[in-house]
Design a protein around this ligand. Structure first.
Ligand code: ZN
Length: 83
């Protein structure tokens, strides 16, 4: 999608949509820190509707704080600690 071509239908009609991070636990959303911020964006195909979501480059550093590495998540799942 970042190349400008839809990975599902090969259309070149790709649009960018900004996305706000929610601070509400009632709204399932990507969550990086507190408050409503523009942490991510979508790339959406005008022809088939397929979308990809990317964290904005300037916010990627927050992953270490609010996320966990895949290796750590797998280890926790193996121990039965993941919800
Ligand atoms: Zn498409």
């Amino acid at each position: 999608m970042r190349s400008g071509i839809c990975v599902k239908c090969q259309s070149n009609r790709i649009y960018v949509l900004s996305s706000s991070t929610s601070n509400s636990r009632n709204q399932p959303d990507l969550r990086l820190g507190m408050g409503y911020t523009q942490d991510s964006h979508f790339l959406a195909c005008r022809d088939c509707g397929y979308t990809e979501r990317y964290i904005n480059p300037e916010r990627l550093y927050l992953l270490e704080t609010y996320g966990r590495s895949l290796a750590e998540a797998k280890a926790m799942a193996a121990r039965g600690q993941m919800r």
